[in-house]
Design a protein around this ligand. Structure first.
Ligand SMILES: [Zn+2]
Ligand SMILES: [Zn+2]
Length: 292
């Protein structure tokens, strides 16, 4: 598997000289299988840049675009994804079901005339929609497992297992479950949260690469619990428990500068050293490919 980052930023694009190294586009990942089959993960503004790269190669596209969820920063690149305007290309959006709207309703809705001049229905490529829940399915020759994450809208994490036994996990826009199920200290309620976190650890277990929301520092997280994003230390503790080999923070905070991210990685390596962990730590970087 080859994993290429086209968008690594969280919440809103953040171009400029202070984000040029790790990138300012919002979430989009290109996944190529060993047989060179394509899966796209999320359609943030990085999807536009990926589309332009495909056009430059004159590549015909027929693939799934798996969505973590439909918050703007994860879908707003699609109207600017030029391959969607080319007849003969085909895309299937797969993503979480909403309580009142299907995935198609949401994707069609965000290109109403009030927001954008071209409707998704008028794009020339063949575009299909599949509502996903938790489950297991096959995609481009990979086994895919989905799990609900903890975010203020239904959000899915994805685990990919290749025939060679390589494992890639992707979870963005999530934070550890905590006790919202009962009064503080209520052991039953605390156990519910703990069980849900154990399910996530099992979900990413033995991953060769785990790309995960690491938007906040531990101090920032204290102020922003409930916003649906994880702190770096929470990420590392999850990775250690799950025996992850390479952990990669993504959904970088829009205010985070490149130099601050360098410092976060330096602090993280020190933290892992003190914990006696050999887990590799990194930060998703636009334009970088990781091969498993
Ligand atoms: Zn997001
Ligand atoms: Zn979100």
């Amino acid at each position: 598997m080859k994993i290429t980052f086209w968008g690594t930023r969280g919440s809103v694009p953040s171009p400029g000289p202070k984000t040029v190294r790790y990138g300012g586009n919002t979430t989009c990942i290109e996944l190529r299988t060993d047989e060179n089959k394509l899966i796209v993960l999320d359609g943030g503004t990085g999807l536009r840049v990926f589309g332009d790269a495909c056009l430059a190669r004159k590549e015909k596209l027929d693939c799934s675009i798996l969505l973590s969820h439909t918050h703007w920063d994860h879908i707003c690149g699609f109207p600017f994804f030029v391959p969607a305007y080319i007849p003969g290309n085909a895309f299937t959006f797969k993503g979480p079901v909403h309580y009142e709207q299907s995935l198609k309703d949401v994707m069609v809705g965000h290109t109403q005339y009030a927001y954008f001049p071209v409707r998704v229905e008028d794009m020339a490529a063949n575009i299909q929609y599949v509502d996903l829940k938790e489950g297991t399915f096959e995609e481009a020759g990979l086994k895919v497992v989905t799990r609900y994450l903890n975010h203020p809208v239904l959000c899915l994490g994805y685990r990919f297992e290749s025939p060679r036994g390589k494992i890639f996990c992707f979870g963005t826009d999530t934070e550890p479950f905590y006790n919202v199920f009962g009064s503080e200290g209520d052991p039953d309620a605390e156990n519910i949260a703990e069980d849900l976190n154990t399910r996530i650890v099992d979900f990413v277990r033995d991953a060769d690469l785990c790309v995960w929301d690491g938007q906040y520092t531990p101090d920032e997280y204290k102020m922003k619990q409930g916003w649906g994003h994880t702190s770096t230390v929470q990420c590392m503790e999850m990775g250690i428990k799950a025996n992850v080999k390479h952990f990669c923070y993504t959904h970088h905070d829009p205010n985070r500068t490149d130099d601050q991210l360098d410092k976060i990685l330096e602090d993280s390596r020190q933290y892992l050293k003190e914990r006696g962990s050999s887990m590799k730590i990194g930060a998703a970087t636009e334009g970088v490919t990781i091969e498993l």
